[in-house]
Design a protein around this ligand. Sequence first.
Ligand SMILES: [Zn+2]
Length: 185
Amino acid sequence: MDQLFAPWRIEWVTRDDDGDVEGCPFCVLPDRDDDRTSRIVARSDHAFVVLNNYPYNPGHAMVIPYAHEGDYRALDDAVLLDHARLKGRTFDAMDAAFDPDGYNAGLNLGDGAAGGSIDDHLHTHVVPRWEGDTNFMPVLSDTTVIVEAVDETYDRLREAFAALPDTTVPGDDRAVEFSHDTPDI
Ligand SMILES: [Zn+2]
């Protein structure tokens, strides 16, 4: 399997009626009351999982602490543990939803690594991989196709998250929530 760790760029488009999000999208999106529109599929105490609107592969998601922090070493222990656990649960949900052959998962840190102001709010990419998938993205060069694919992906992944232990689903437009199980550190 070829590795897909080229520098990630997030071409973030929210498709909000108000136009582009002002300010840091990873702070603004979880504050809105419509997780479905924001593509937030799961939430834990200190982090959330959001689909990338311009996926490298179907299911391409990001696990992001709520804290607006660009330096991984500055995260406190509770956030680190919660973020790591949510990443593991994302693998579980993606296994069930998409049955990939493997994953690329990681961070880009530092100015210019991810592009624009998003560098200031760290985010872990989780990209499911299939054998022979490297030619998939050119197929998704049309925006309409991407939007439909992300809609379908959202529903499948959200359903898989909801089937995991210790979850609640607050409503149709809300992300799956994990119960509060982060220990005090
Ligand atoms: Zn932020």
